[in-house]
Design a protein. Structure first.
Length: 224
């Protein structure tokens, strides 16, 4: 991802330059001064976070370590929460698959956490649709168009693996039939793991970087 800034040395014939801001940067040669022509975000440095908007100047002293985040759909509280729910759901399923703990309790816990994960996915999608940030609405558009099938498949796998099968396993207890006891927990673990892998895939491919929004929204004029 590259941000577009105009160097502010006062020359009227200067061209726009692109500066890579995905990784941590350091100003080693001297002070850097940039004029923000378009876009907004947050510059993180050793002095703390600083938001910027069109028309602002960014002065970066020599030797300052800084980074500019460029992927808004990752920088939300949903991200650590979803990752946490992944571990929380898979834990009881793994315990049930190896025969550790009470099957009924493990199945109920996994199902409850699976419902919470499903609700979180739905709420995040609705918040993306209603977001003020164009990049977030671009992510929602990707999930509802180009990535619709894997997005729906992820939800279906989550329902089957983290809700339905754990309830079946918990109610069956230690019965030796195919979809009872450890076999059901093992199947639930495999299906839920496939759902979470699909979720990580969508997490990476649905992100819309700053200043590249136009191809992802319904109206190009909206991104201007």
């Amino acid at each position: 991802m590259k941000r577009r800034f105009r160097p502010s040395s006062g020359r009227s014939d200067e061209k726009l330059i692109s500066i890579p801001f995905d990784d941590i940067q350091i100003s080693a040669d001297g002070d850097e001064l940039y004029y923000v022509q378009s876009g907004s975000g947050t510059l993180e440095s050793i002095f703390g976070p600083m938001s910027y908007h069109p028309g602002d100047y960014l002065l970066i002293p020599r030797g300052c370590i800084y980074r500019v985040g460029s992927r808004p759909s990752w920088n939300t509280w949903y991200t650590p929460l979803q990752f946490g729910f992944t571990a929380a759901v898979l834990g009881p399923l793994f315990a049930g698959a190896i025969g550790v703990g009470d099957a009924r309790w493990l199945g109920g816990t996994a199902a409850a956490l699976g419902v919470a994960q499903l609700v979180l996915v739905a709420v995040r999608f609705l918040r993306l649709i209603a977001a003020d940030c164009l990049e977030l609405r671009g992510t929602a558009r990707l999930l509802s168009t180009v990535l619709r099938r894997p997005f729906v498949a992820r939800g279906a796998l989550l329902v089957a693996g983290a809700i339905v099968l754990p309830l079946v396993a918990g109610s069956a207890g230690e019965q030796p039939w195919l979809f009872g006891g450890r076999a059901a927990f093992a199947a639930a673990l495999a299906v839920t793991l496939a759902s979470e892998i699909a979720g990580r895939y969508l997490f990476f491919v649905s992100v819309v970087p700053m200043h590249l929004t136009a191809p992802y929204v319904a109206s190009v004029r909206e991104a201007a």
